[in-house]
Design a protein around this ligand. Sequence first.
Ligand SMILES: Nc1ncnc2c1ncn2[C@@H]1O[C@H](COP(=O)(O)OP(=O)(O)OP(=O)(O)O)[C@@H](O)[C@H]1O
Length: 247
Amino acid sequence: MPEVAIQTRDLTKKFGDFTAVNQISFDVRRGEIFGFLGANGAGKTTAIKMLTGLLSPTSGEGSVAGHDIHSESEAIKKKIGYMSQRFSLYDDLTVKENIRFYGGVYGLSRHILRSKYDEILEKVDLKDEIDSRVGSLPLGWKQKLAFSIALLHEPKIVFLDEPTGGVDPITRRQFWEMIYKASEDGVTVFVTTHYMDEAEYCDRVSIMVDGKIEALDSPVELKRSFSAKSIEEVFIELARGAENSDG
Ligand SMILES: Nc1ncnc2c1ncn2[C@@H]1O[C@H](COP(=O)(O)OP(=O)(O)OP(=O)(O)O)[C@@H](O)[C@H]1O
């Protein structure tokens, strides 16, 4: 695994005449927690889709876990984990069935899967709920479970697209403890969020406006260079001039 987990150079996606992602360039270091911020419509999901092999770039370069995003998307998919607020678990399956289903998708042996059950249930404190349908669980638990399942196959990089949307502050805090733990274990975390307090927890933060990255640095440095008290102030300052955003 190279020291640079994710790299992009002038990565661009156009939909017809509209440029959703406009020549973005950045490096994410191995084990880093990298916050990918931007207002609604700024281009975050489109960028993530290109990095995870779900969408072909119009132009520019990128590599994830040492693999080229143009030609090696299948190799990338095996090395990454992914979860989002919209795409997570099957509500009509139980906790156990979801773990078993995704274990199968990731090609884990029965033996490994058995050891993973206990590990996951311990981690998300769901021992008593193993036979409950996921749809009956509170959203925060569901999201913590989805994150653990995204790590089932021990990926080197995990993409989290608004993982804590709509989750209460205490559970969000617990979710971030799980993110720190993954990062300590060497997993690179690429995370989008609308919660500015969460941006402060990242090692570095990039802020996207109208498809371009307008700022990228550690939270401390961003606040210093914008003479701002919080990342929220930096964000508002940058997003003020946005044209494409719908939020
Ligand atoms: N398949 C598509 N065809 C045309 N336009 C698209 C397509 N996908 C995204 N867009 C447009 O590209 C822009 C960026 O969308 P994207 O979903 O990447 O934004 P985002 O930053 O992830 O926003 P959100 O926070 O709402 O998810 C938006 O204006 C969106 O309407």
